[in-house]
Design a protein around this ligand. Structure first.
Ligand code: GLN
Length: 531
């Protein structure tokens, strides 16, 4: 079967949840037996979000093949369980880079290189690339930003051309907001009408309109949107606010989004979607019997999206444990020796987050010492693991001034040091140790117990590592390496066996947690917090 394409655009406001709608549709089509993949086109000039401050764009999500991508790819994977790759996230920067590289090679044979057709051709090539693999029945491509933005114009133009070429083989879903005016108690459709007009001015007609709304829409309102926007009334779909994003596939099923898309693509409905796992998960999510409080210590806590995958991994692992995980957001810059007791004593567990640079480091060390000395379950991720090593070096091994060479280049005890492979790296973008690597677990360790197997593969994003010269000294003092990369010998996991549950991982387990496969380390961590 030749691949069909679904495009998702957004209007009226940003952050309406295009990624969640796209992921929910993917889930529903997958549950009907279709092979799907989600793609995100981002209209910014950065080649990828790897160089972006999390305050700008939230978390940078890392794929198995080491692509640094938009956080929506995390939603795609969490909803469908299908791994994404570099091909699933393309930015304006990457499109232009490819075109300019071709121009420098002389590929354009003296032609003037222009947005149309050269940039739009490159965008179309990148959209079709996923379909060309022959692995997918449906490719769902989400266009970042809001219709009418200057930056998204070439993407919309590429979609216009591609839809013309594809004919019946594509569907366009436009997501907008229907604001509620509380003074008059009315839902307003005018912004949607304007947004669809903007899309039409750009030559694109939506087939389906999804309306984000705080209150349910009545039939008259649906008919009105259908009339003004040239779509069938049944293709006007409401997406009412729900308490968890994981309810959205169920809501979209009720609204028959999947059926409308399949009909318009000329594909059979197959059987009813099999959502048994999903509804079981939702039931557990809502019918918990226990609660835990976990402190998430980081320097970007004002913006919860900066730790998106961690938050979602807690939701998945909480459901497995019949437990609601309440996150206490602790800004590492505000935490110190004096207030540690007051801020941390009521926590059942502490997670120290990934990060870069010096800011907020002391607060992280204070949190780790508290967890270590009070036998509170601890999970350190990437920088969080490195900080656990430093705290142990200073406080237990009495290596005064022990540090990471990232924070202190001249430390007398570089217990965390630049990886050999990073020594000659000068450029910042895409040059870290990225993507999935093998790890061998030590039998009898907490990690081994959690995973229940000896060999695992996890995703990385770092430049520094545990300095193996110190391994023996650490082991003698009670902090042991329990996970090692079999090819390079790099330390991937450290633990304190005498502690209730103290685990630091150089990799990012949060990227691999999905609804149907919650991550074993998060499950074990919550379990330890409950015991
Ligand atoms: N800054 C550390 C490093 O580069 C940790 C990175 C991270 O937490 N993702 O090694």
């Amino acid at each position: 079967m030749s691949t069909k394409y679904v495009f998702v655009t957004g209007g009226v406001a940003s952050s309406l949840g295009k990624g969640i709608i796209a992921s929910s549709l993917a889930k529903l089509l997958q549950a009907r037996g279709y092979k799907v993949t989600n793609q995100k086109l981002d209209p910014y000039i950065n080649i990828d979000p790897g160089t972006l401050n999390p305050y700008e764009h939230g978390e940078c999500y890392v794929t198995d093949d080491g692509a640094e991508t938009d956080l929506d790819l995390g939603h795609y994977e969490r909803f469908t369980g299908i791994p994404t790759s570099q091909a699933n996230n393309i930015t304006t920067g990457r499109i232009y880079q490819n075109v300019i590289n071709k121009e420098r090679r002389g590929d354009y044979l003296g032609k003037t290189v222009q947005i149309v057709p050269h940039i739009t051709d490159e965008i179309k090539r990148n959209i079709k690339l996923l379909g060309a693999k022959g692995e997918y029945d449906v490719v769902i491509t989400e266009i970042g930003g809001t219709v009418g933005d200057i930056e998204s114009l070439p993407f919309i133009e590429a979609v216009r051309q591609l839809r013309w070429e594809l004919g019946e083989k594509s569907v366009l879903i436009h997501l907008t907001l229907v604001p509620y005016l509380s003074a008059t108690g009315e839902l307003k459709t005018k912004p949607t009408q304007h947004s669809v007009k903007t899309l039409q001015e750009e030559g694109v007609q939506p087939d389906i309109i999804v309306l984000r709304t705080e209150h349910p829409l009545n039939n008259d309102l649906r008919k009105k949107v259908a009339l003004f926007c040239n779509v069938k009334p049944e293709a006007v779909i409401q997406s009412v606010d729900v308490s968890t994003i994981y309810e959205v596939p169920i809501k979209m099923r009720e609204e028959k989004l999947d059926e409308i898309v399949l009909e318009q693509l000329g594909l059979p409905l197959n059987s009813e979607p099999d959502l048994e796992d999903w509804t079981k998960f939702l039931y557990k999510l809502k019918n918990y019997t226990k609660e835990v409080r976990i402190g998430l210590v980081g320097k970007y806590v004002e913006l919860h999206d900066a730790y998106k995958s961690i938050v979602e991994a807690f939701i998945h692992a909480g459901a497995v444990n019949d437990c609601k995980v309440n996150i206490e957001w602790i800004h590492s810059e505000t935490l110190n020796e004096e207030n540690a007791e007051a801020k941390l004593k009521n926590l059942h567990g502490i997670l120290v987050a990934p990060g870069f640079g010096h800011r907020g480091i002391n607060g992280k060390l204070v949190a780790i010492k508290y967890a270590r000395t009070h036998n509170i379950p601890f999970l350190g991720i990437c920088l969080g693991m490195q900080m656990a090593v430093i705290e142990f070096a200073r406080d237990v091994l009495h290596l005064e001034g022990a540090d990471s060479t990232e924070m202190s280049a001249k430390t007398p005890y570089p217990v965390i040091d630049l990886m050999a492979s990073q020594m000659d790296v000068t450029e910042k973008g895409g040059t870290m140790r990225l993507g999935a690597y093998n790890c061998e677990l030590k039998e009898g360790s907490k990690a081994y117990e959690a995973y229940g197997q000896k060999y695992i593969r996890e995703r990385h994003r770092h430049r520094y590592e545990f300095n193996s010269q110190y391994r023996e000294a650490f082991e003698k003092a009670g902090m042991v390496t329990t996970g090692i990369n079999p090819e390079t010998g790099l330390t991937e996991i450290i633990e304190i066996p005498a502690h209730k549950w103290f685990v630091g991982v150089q990799f990012h387990p949060e990227y691999r947690s999905t609804v149907t496969k919650p991550h074993p380390l998060f499950i074990a961590f919550i379990k330890a917090c409950l015991s």
